[in-house]
Design a binder for this molecule. Structure first.
Ligand SMILES: *Cc1c(COP(=O)(O)O)cnc(C)c1O
Ligand code: SF4
Length: 335
C-alpha cells in the first residue's frame, strides 16, 4: 500500500512537470529573449507536428542566440513546408500501405522493434516519425498482442522498445512489457531507444530506476543526443543513476546541417558522452523525410567528418556513420 502511494506521488510529479513544457513558439521565444520578427521563416501556424519542448531542454538553449544548435532542433520554420520530391513521408518504408501499422517491426535478423507509444517529450523537427499515423495512445491491447506475437517468434532474440519515446509510458506499463518479454527464454536483450533521459531527466525517478533494475542484466539503453550542449549536470546525474543499475548506455545521433555538422561539435560530443558514461553507437545520416530537407547534407560531408573523427579519437569514441536504406539487412555504412 505504502509503495503504491509513493509511486503515485512520483508519477504525478513527473507528469506535472512534463505538462509545463513549452507548446507554443511565442512562450518559448519570450523565455529565450528572442523577438519573433528576428527569426527568419518562423512558422507561426500550428502544424500537425507542433512545437513541444521541455523546460529542461529549453534551459540549455543560449538566450538570444538565433543560431543555437538546440533551438534549431525544435523551432518550426516555414522551410519545413517546402515541397521536395526527394523527401517522402515514409522514407524508411515502415508505414507501407496499412492504415494502422503493426507496432512490432521486424526488419533485421534477430531483432524486433516495438513502437510502444506515439508520444514524445519533445518534438524534433527532423524526425522521420513526424508523419506517422500512430494514434496518440497505442494502448495496452496492441502492446499485449505484440507481446503475444513475440512469444511465437523464436527467431527474435532482442526486443527494441521504441516509439515515439517509450519512457513517456508509466512505470507500470514499462514493467509489464519488461516482465512479459523477459519471461520468454528466446529474448536475450531488451533495448530502449529514448531521448527522455536527455530532454527530460526528471523522468529518471527512484520508481523508474527500481522498475528497470530487476531487468538490468538484459537491458541496453540507447539515448539520442546530437550536440554536447544537450548534456548538462542534470543529464549527467540521470545517466549516473541509470549506470548505477549496471545498464549499458549507448548513444545515437542524427547528423544535422547547422546543428552538429562540424568537427568541433562532434569531438566535444564524443568526449562529453564518455564523461557521463555513454559510448557513441550510431551517427545517422538524415532519413529523407518530408519537412527535413534543410537539415540534410551531402554524403561526402558525412564521410569527411567520419574520417576526421577517426583520426582524432580512439575508435571506441567514434560512432558508426550509417544511413537507412529500405530493404537492406542492416543499417548501411556511409563509406
Ligand atoms: C535501426 C533499427 C533496428 C536496430 O538496428 P541495430 O543495428 O541493431 O541498432 C532494429 N529494427 C529497426 C526497424 C530499426 O530501424
Ligand atoms: S521519436 Fe525521438 S527524434 Fe522523433 S520527435 Fe520523438 S524524441 Fe524526437
Amino acid at each position: 500500500m505504502i509503495t503504491s502511494k509513493v509511486d503515485n506521488v512520483e508519477l504525478k510529479s513527473w507528469k506535472t512537470i512534463l505538462q509545463q513544457s513549452y507548446l507554443s513558439w511565442d512562450d518559448l521565444l519570450k523565455y529565450l529573449k528572442i523577438r519573433a520578427e528576428d527569426v527568419s521563416g518562423l512558422n507561426i501556424l500550428e502544424s500537425s507536428f507542433p512545437l513541444r519542448v521541455t523546460k529542461q531542454y529549453a534551459s540549455r538553449i543560449e538566450k538570444g542566440n538565433l543560431e543555437d544548435p538546440l533551438l534549431k532542433q525544435v523551432l518550426p520554420i516555414t522551410l519545413e513546408e517546402r515541397f521536395n520530391p526527394l523527401y517522402s513521408i515514409d522514407p524508411v518504408q515502415e508505414i507501407g500501405t496499412k492504415q494502422q501499422p503493426n507496432i512490432l517491426i521486424n526488419k533485421y535478423q534477430g531483432r524486433a522493434l516495438m513502437v510502444a507509444t506515439g508520444s514524445c517529450a519533445i518534438h524534433c523537427r527532423y524526425c522521420f516519425r513526424r508523419h506517422y499515423p500512430y494514434s496518440e495512445k497505442i494502448g495496452e491491447k496492441k502492446i499485449s498482442s505484440a507481446l503475444d506475437e513475440l512469444a511465437t517468434r523464436k527467431d527474435i532474440n532482442e526486443l527494441i522498445i521504441s516509439g515515439g519515446d517509450p519512457l513517456i509510458l508509466d512505470d507500470s506499463k514499462l514493467e509489464k512489457i519488461l516482465e512479459v518479454a523477459s519471461s520468454y527464454s528466446h529474448i536475450k536483450r531488451i533495448r530502449f531507444h529514448t531521448r527522455v533521459p536527455v530532454v527530460f531527466p526528471e523522468r529518471v525517478t527512484p520508481g523508474f530506476l527500481q522498475t528497470i533494475s530487476s531487468y538490468s542484466p538484459l537491458l541496453v539503453i540507447v539515448t539520442h543526443i546530437n550536440h554536447p550542449n544537450e548534456i548538462d549536470t542534470n543529464v549527467a546525474q540521470a545517466m549516473n543513476l541509470i549506470r548505477n543499475q549496471k545498464i549499458v548506455l549507448l548513444n545515437q545521433s542524427v547528423l544535422l546541417r547547422g546543428v552538429n555538422d562540424n568537427i568541433d561539435a562532434l569531438l566535444r560530443l564524443s568526449h562529453k558522452l564518455f564523461e557521463v558514461g555513454i559510448l557513441p553507437y550510431y551517427m545517422h545520416v538524415l532519413d529523407k523525410v518530408a519537412g527535413a530537407a534543410h537539415f540534410d547534407l551531402p554524403r561526402s560531408r558525412a564521410q569527411l567528418l567520419q574520417t576526421k573523427l577517426q583520426e582524432l579519437l580512439p575508435a571506441y569514441l567514434v560512432p558508426r556513420f550509417v544511413e537507412e536504406i529500405p530493404g537492406q539487412p542492416s543499417k548501411t555504412s556511409v563509406t
